[in-house]
Design a protein around this ligand. Structure first.
Ligand code: 5AD
Ligand code: SF4
Length: 484
């Protein structure tokens, strides 16, 4: 049984924690950079910032690791198994360096921040360790490594947002892109390592976000996903208490930011992730309802259905509060899909508390869910305060029960779509056959359909014919003309 499961969606959500190689082609003369990213969408977006910084310093990116002069691995620390897969990969590169000593191998992201010099000194796995706020330093640090030294910069910053850097798009899909709007997290959920690895929360200048999205649209992209650990706490020129910092300048909250990005074109779809139940306001919901191109889909992690567990997790809301937020979504945005994250086996989780997670799953019936066994992370509040005392076997059995209920819920939600007509953005070939295309509907469910007289980036109207728990299948009934 895989940990961190969602129901095998046709188009991968990078946030599942699977390793995905990203790259773009480069010229023959410049030095070549190969970047590999693990973990959340934020890491994938960061790798594009890294590619941009490196390209300004004479590097081109390559998809062929064999021809790389520099290999950078952008890592994730969220669960222990995410770190183990990176360690395995680094061990491979260590072997490769024995036959190619001039190859530079660097580690970026959360593991770099968490393990700091250990990877350089004790484990001797890499040449370079660079934390999430130090990417501007990469070219200089690589020069140090070329000069025979090991190099490290894991300083976290209170204001770095890479706002001025135009990311180089590495995935080649050309339809859908991530755009970071905040960095870091101030929430201190007790199980989570992110506040330690990505530092304090800060918001990015809204003008640079607007410009990045507008440029993507001009380049042909038709979907942007605004990214932050907690998008609802996005604020510009405001303190966390809502006080204005500079009276002479405008302020922007998340609802206003979305509204501005939505105004770029009705043909640009806006998605966003992740929403936080304690901070998601009705104002945001009303903006989603008002704009056809802001997708009716909210990822709203609950983590547990029991208020005592939520308290130990330091999530800042109760089961009742979460259910009230769901009611508001359903009232303000009829037909909104909602997904969630669930952790089972958190410290001291009793059978009764676990049953509350199962009962809320039956009550809310999320469209899909990312489901995890609790994995203790060093330095977190939970590691310091509580014991990781739910036996592995119990965690596994509880996860299986959760997955089974989610499977039923997803199938039920998808069956209800049969016979309905959905607007779908054409994204790629289906994974299973080049005779079929795949795309997503407004609610973020993947739809598979036979190829026709249309291509990537087109919007099509699709009549849903059949489904599984993970995907819908349909037939195109109309190809929509661009609005602009
Ligand atoms: N163990 C298991 N799952 C975790 N997550 C975060 N930290 C942990 C942990 N220590 C999950 C949460 C979060 C998602 C991104 O990862 O559900 O929402
Ligand atoms: Fe981690 Fe909580 Fe911040 Fe999400 S909101 S990154 S779970 S601390």
């Amino acid at each position: 049984m895989k940990e961190g499961v969602n129901l095998d969606k046709e188009i991968d959500e990078s946030r599942q924690g699977e390793a995905t190689m990203i790259a773009s082609e480069g010229s023959k003369t410049a030095k070549k950079l190969y970047v590999e990213s693990y973990g959340c969408a934020m890491n994938f977006a960061d790798s594009e910032v890294v590619a941009s910084i490196m390209s300004q310093n004479g590097y081109t990116t390559t998809g062929d690791v064999e021809e790389a002069d520099v290999v950078l691995i952008n890592t994730c620390s969220i669960r222990e198994n995410a770190e183990s897969s990176v360690r395995k990969r680094l061990t491979n590169f260590k072997k490769r360096k024995q036959r190619q000593p001039e190859l530079i191998v660097g580690i970026l992201g959360c593991m770099a921040e968490r393990l700091k010099k250990n990877l350089l000194e004790e484990e001797k796995l890499v040449d370079l360790v660079v934390g999430p706020d130090a990417y501007r330093d990469l070219p200089g640090l690589i020069t140090e490594v070329e000069g025979g030294q090991k190099a490290v910069n894991v300083l976290l910053s209170r204001d770095e947002t890479y706002a001025d850097i135009a990311p180089i798009r590495l995935d080649k899909n050309g339809v859908s892109s991530f755009v970071s709007i905040t960095r870091g997290c101030d929430n201190m959920c007790s199980f989570c390592v992110v506040p330690f690895t990505r530092g304090r929360e800060r918001s990015r200048d809204p003008e640079t976000i607007y410009n990045e999205c507008a440029t993507l649209f001009e380049q042909g992209y038709r979907e942007v996903t605004l990214l932050g650990q907690n998008v609802d706490s996005y604020r510009w020129n405001m303190t966390s208490k809502g006080e204005i910092k500079d009276e002479t300048k405008p302020t922007t909250n998340f609802a206003q930011l979305m509204e501005s990005v939505a105004s770029i074109s009705p043909d640009l779809r806006i998605r966003f992730s992740t929403s936080h139940p304690k901070d998601m306001t009705d104002e945001v919901l009303e903006i989603i309802a008002k704009h056809e191109n802001i997708c009716n889909y909210i990822h709203l992690p609950i983590q547990s259905g029991n208020s005592e567990v939520l308290k130990r997790m330091n999530r800042g809301y109760t089961r009742e509060w979460y259910l009230e937020r769901i009611e508001s979504i359903n009232r303000i945005i009829p037909n909104c899909a909602i997904s969630t994250d669930i952790i089972t086996g958190f410290c001291d989780e009793t059978e009764e508390e676990f049953q509350d997670t199962l009962s809320i799953m039956r009550e809310v019936k999320w469209d899909f869910a990312y489901m995890y066994k609790y994995s203790e992370r060093p330095k977190t509040l939970a590691e310091r305060r509580f014991e990781d005392n739910v036996p592995e076997k119990v965690k596994g059995a509880r996860l299986t029960e959760i997955i089974n209920i989610q499977q039923e819920n997803s199938l039920e939600v998808n069956k209800r779509q049969i016979g309905q007509v959905h607007k779908v953005l054409v994204e790629s070939f289906s994974k299973r056959s080049e005779d079929d295309f795949a795309g997503r509907n407004d609610q973020n469910t993947t739809v598979i359909f036979p190829k026709g007289n249309f291509g990537k980036c087109d919007y099509v109207l699709m009549k849903i014919k059949t489904c599984t728990a993970a995907t819908l299948q349909g037939e195109v009934v109309d190809v929509l003309k661009p609005s602009t």
